[in-house]
Design a protein around this ligand. Structure first.
Ligand code: NDP
Ligand code: OXD
Length: 306
């Protein structure tokens, strides 16, 4: 069996070494134009030329959860696309979202500013009940985040395409229930995949349906949010602030207003990093399942877009 690694933005050597030890019977190589045909691919942001040349692939494993960039390429339908299915990301996402939420509701930013000025002064505690959290996307990451937020006794709402039942979470589904979900939420967490249906979803109309003094945490994809609408809603005061991990253009251009906005906290697409050993163990397990004809979790449904 031959496995080809084609990852831009990722140092290949440690991946090659770990893939070789996880797949001892396989010939694992880094892809270069003209390389021998492989059976499986491990990819992140591959060029179109990779799929044009690699005509024997049975499956391509994306070393990330989001497959929006991969689905922009022309990939023969015979190639099964497989995403990372947690692989250590959901706990990171739960940490990140809880931290952003608690930093906001405990006003830790204001305490930090006070500390820098040598100021010892208390702020009146805010009530958790006044900060219902709405999580858009209740998949592998969203469900874990919803459960983690519920552990801190915040009211939690969740929204997905298909109906769900999650203990401690009021679940809404489909476009028809989106207005009720938004009206019940003050803090909005975006954990949707980027698809034709979800691009630009966090716009002025959606943000204005959240409870007043809303807060946005976007950890999914930058193109979910209409940047100008976010800035406008901050200027009206309806939105109190935002924590953003993902952006339409990454790295975020130096002149972008998000960098200096006082109500925006940002990180460089770091909320849930791909962990190499967990990812490779998962990919090796899935290759073994495919070879033996068993079921494989995390298959991408190209029609749905995730
Ligand atoms: P999943 O595919 O497991 O879950 C997606 C969820 O979104 C599902 O609950 C799905 O509903 C819901 N959904 C999809 N389309 C719609 C729609 N049109 N309306 C309502 N709900 C919808 O994805 P993950 O949880 O694994 O990951 C989510 C996203 O997080 C990734 O696609 C990626 O973009 C991003 N991500 C960001 C990272 C970062 O570092 N910032 C790291 C990892 C991921 P249903 O359950 O009904 O199918
Ligand atoms: C992912 C990501 O999709 O890192 O896994 O954003």
């Amino acid at each position: 069996m031959r496995v080809s690694l084609c990852c831009t933005d990722t140092a290949p050597a440690p991946w090659l070494e770990s893939l070789r030890s996880a797949l001892p019977g396989a010939e694992v190589t880094q892809w270069q134009p003209g390389a021998a045909l492989a059976d499986y691919a491990v990819v992140w942001a591959p060029p179109q030329a990779f799929f044009d040349e690699q005509t024997r692939l049975r499956a391509a494993f994306n070393i990330g959860a989001g497959v929006d960039a991969l689905l922009q390429l022309r990939i023969p339908s015979a190639v099964r696309l497989v995403r990372l299915d947690d692989a250590g990301m959901s706990v990171q996402m739960a940490e990140y979202v809880c931290h952003a939420l608690i930093r906001h509701t405990r006003e830790l930013g204001a305490y930090e500013a006070g500390m820098r000025q040598g100021r010892w002064s208390y702020r009146k505690p805010l009530a958790r009940a006044d900060f219902p959290v709405g999580i858009m996307g209740l998949g592998v990451l969203g469900e874990r985040v919803a459960r983690a937020v519920a552990q801190f006794d915040f009211p939690v709402n969740g929204w997905s395409r298909s109906p769900k039942a999650i203990a401690g979470v009021q679940c809404f589904a489909g476009k028809g229930q989106l207005p009720a979900f938004l009206a019940a939420s003050r803090v909005l967490v975006c954990l949707l995949p980027l698809t034709e249906e979800t691009r630009d979803i966090v716009n002025r109309s959606l943000l204005s349906q959240l409870q007043a003094g809303a807060y946005l945490i976007n950890v999914a994809r930058g193109a979910h949010v209409v940047d100008e609408d976010l800035l406008y809603m901050l200027s009206t005061g309806h939105l109190a602030g935002a924590t953003l991990d993902v952006f339409r253009t990454e790295p975020l251009p130096p002149a972008h207003p998000f960098w200096t906005h006082p109500a925006i906290t940002l990180t460089p697409h770091a909320s849930a990093r791909t962990l190499r050993s967990e990812s490779i163990a998962q990919i090796a397990g899935k290759i073994a399942a495919m070879e033996s004809g068993g079921p494989v979790a995390g298959l991408v449904d190209r029609q749905r877009g995730y």
